[in-house]
Ligand binder design. Structure first.
Ligand code: IMP
Length: 191
């Protein structure tokens, strides 16, 4: 089976992606002996996805992909966006989520969307795959599945939060699920 490195240490992301990819041998950063934190200083998801994939590609020389993703809240002018992982100033899901709820308290528009960009470096060529999932933010957390902002996000067309829906359902409609599906389709005749 062909090797492909996932350039991420985020357990939530890795669990979701592994659930979708079966015909490629996925390697973690741990598997390749990469232990550094990669800075993500850029204002766009695509640039941050590229720096992660490219740093790891330079380290190991293997085919690699990175996901950069986040949640964009319309009433907050798209915040937290690219800084979703540390919106509160810390990499702390609970504090980040509470910051959105606090900032939304006096707003009427509760719409938001998740966005993901995958940067794939395959045989030294770079490719991008995107996914979007629109929905609303609710004021009280519901559910224990998923990670990050999932307990306060209900995708359009559903009544349950991403933290209440089973992973298999989340993967069919989520920003990351859509982007991963596009990458799988692209790789289908290459592996
Ligand atoms: P990244 O490592 O910079 O791509 O950080 C992504 C951050 O966006 C995560 O740490 C979460 O805070 C948020 N995020 C992205 N995708 C999801 C998701 O599917 N559910 C919940 N939070 C997510």
């Amino acid at each position: 089976m062909t090797d492909l490195v996932i350039a991420s240490n985020n357990k939530g992301k890795i669990k979701e992606i592994k659930e979708m990819i079966h015909t490629i041998h996925l390697l973690s950063l741990n598997d390749i002996g990469f232990n550094e934190e990669i800075p993500e200083p850029y204002p766009t998801f695509a640039e941050n996805a590229f720096i992660k994939a490219n740093t790891v590609h330079h380290f190991c020389g293997k085919n690699v992909f990175a996901d950069d993703s986040g949640i964009c809240v319309n009433a907050l002018n798209g915040e937290p966006g690219v800084i979703s992982a540390h919106y509160s100033g810390e990499r702390n899901d609970e504090k980040n989520l509470q910051k959105i709820l606090n900032n939304l308290r006096d707003k009427t528009d509760n719409t938001a969307y998740y966005f993901a960009v995958i940067c794939l470096i395959w045989n030294n060529e770079t490719y991008y795959f995107e996914g979007t999932c629109t929905g609303i933010i609710i004021p009280n957390k519901r559910g224990t599945n998923g990670f990050g902002y999932d307990p306060i996000f209900i995708p359009d067309g559903y009544n349950q939060t991403f933290a209440e829906l089973p992973l298999t359902v989340k993967n069919t409609i989520s920003h990351r699920g859509i982007a991963v599906k596009k990458m799988i389709d692209f790789l289908k005749d290459k592996v």
